[in-house]
Design a protein around this ligand. Structure first.
Ligand code: GLU
Length: 417
């Protein structure tokens, strides 16, 4: 069998192409929609604590701005490369459109393992990266946010660097900020809340109960750990969880708070007592009702998709399922809640944060959650109806819905000049 193409940008293009074909978009317009608007590569020299200098490479890509400013996170990870950032930026375009947010899609990344940096080094890296991409970002242009291995402290440094350079406090230049600095209540759990709300819809459709369902979670960062806690509160049983090094399986159920406390000590879930060790790939094949990939791309592939036992796969990560795997899961009657829908709670509350910042009037957490539920439910139902109309998977439906909206905005604006 030919080796599967795991290039993330090719994969993103594949999912776009299926929607473009279903919508019968002409070739020229397809090119307009698929090609990133701009890609910036920057070098980031950093003075390390020992007095030496190191140069890191960073990117910021705006894929599309037809419906509003580009929006999307910044990833600090050793595997970051331009094709990955382009793929992630295009997924943001479709994600924002699927949720009907007035944003386009963007993404940034720095090729670095932030876990090897001191706090001072991390701050200098973040500020210099911000200064290098500064001409492109802004509350009306392109609005970054957290992603893999970036957090609210890093967003605060971005906001400060931008504001100091412009000479005015600009709250809306970045989202996912600390609440003390114009962040939104509920933003830290928003991605997980979105996963929870879409899972409720998927369970309803499949006539399954979330209460009592067994769940395996791959990745225990911001998304994975909060998904575990929220689903546990809802009565589901978390039977397995992993981080980048591996994790633990316990059919009787695990306590998500104990797992989080273990991670907080700096330990891997691999060493968590109270179950049997499980690798990241073994976790995907466990006999569970719900599988939540909440780490990185290309985890469920042609090689393991036929062994996935879960009835529902909720993609808390971006791009965890390859096209070949997606086909196999669809043919086997599994529901895959696609990334651009399942994990869109994060960017939806980022939108709420940007709205609150522009009014400098802030909502309580209940209001954030209530509004988020409306957005997530509406997007799920619209994607599901579109999927039925086109006789395709939920991913197929979500993409048709998303691409159609961007197409419409592009057509009514017209191509400049
Ligand atoms: N990084 C998150 C995502 O992939 C959030 C992006 C945002 O809030 O702008 O959706």
């Amino acid at each position: 069998m030919a080796r599967e193409n795991l290039n993330p940008f090719d994969i993103a293009q594949h999912y776009f192409q299926l929607a473009a074909d279903r919508l019968q978009i002409d070739f020229g317009m397809q090119d307009v929609l698929r090609t990133p608007k701009r890609c910036l590569t920057v070098s980031i020299p950093v003075r390390m604590d020992d007095g030496t200098y190191k140069v890191f490479i960073g990117y910021r890509v705006a894929h599309n701005m037809a419906r509003g400013p580009a929006k999307g996170g910044i990833r600090f990870h050793p595997d970051v490369n331009l094709d990955e950032v382009k793929a992630l930026a295009s997924w943001m375009t479709w994600k924002c459109s699927c949720l009907d947010l007035p944003f386009g899609g963007g993404k940034g990344g720095v090729k670095v393992d932030p876990r090897t940096l001191s706090k001072g080094e991390l701050e200098r890296l973040t500020r210099r990266y911000t200064s290098e991409i500064l001409p492109l970002i802004g509350p009306e242009q392109d609005i970054p946010a957290p992603d893999v291995y970036t957090d609210s402290q890093i967003m605060a440094w971005i906001m400060d660097t931008y504001s100091m350079t412009k000479g005015a406090t600009a709250l809306g230049v970045v989202t996912g900020k600390p609440v003390a600095l114009g962040g939104s209540k509920g933003r830290d759990r928003a991605t997980a809340r979105g996963v929870q709300f879409t899972l409720r819809e998927a369970c309803r459709e499949r006539k399954m109960k979330l209460k009592g369902a067994t769940v395996a979670i791959q990745g225990y960062g911001n998304a994975g750990s909060h998904v575990a806690e929220l689903l546990h509160e809802e009565g589901a049983r978390i039977v397995a969880a992993t981080d980048s090094k591996g994790g633990v399986h316990q059919p009787k159920g695990l306590d998500p708070k104990a797992l989080a406390a273990h991670k907080k000590k700096g330990a891997s879930l691999k060493t968590f007592k109270g179950g049997t060790p499980v690798t990241n790939s073994q976790l995907l094949e466990l006999p569970v009702d719900i599988l939540v990939p909440a780490a990185l791309e290309n985890q469920i592939t042609g090689a393991n998709a036929s062994k996935v036992q879960a009835k529902i796969v909720a993609e808390a990560a971006n791009g965890p399922t390859t096209p070949l795997a997606d086909d196999i899961l669809f043919k086997r009657g599994r529901t895959v809640i696609p990334d651009i829908l399942a994990n869109a709670g994060g960017v939806t509350v980022s939108y709420f944060e940007w709205v609150q910042d522009s009014y400098t009037f802030f909502w309580d957490e209940d209001e954030v959650d209530r509004r988020l539920e409306v957005y997530m439910r509406r997007a799920y139902q619209a994607s599901s109806e579109t999927a039925k109309k086109h006789h395709c998977s939920l991913r197929g439906g979500a993409y048709v819905l998303a691409v159609q909206r961007v197409l419409e905005a592009t057509q009514v604006r017209g191509i400049f000049p």
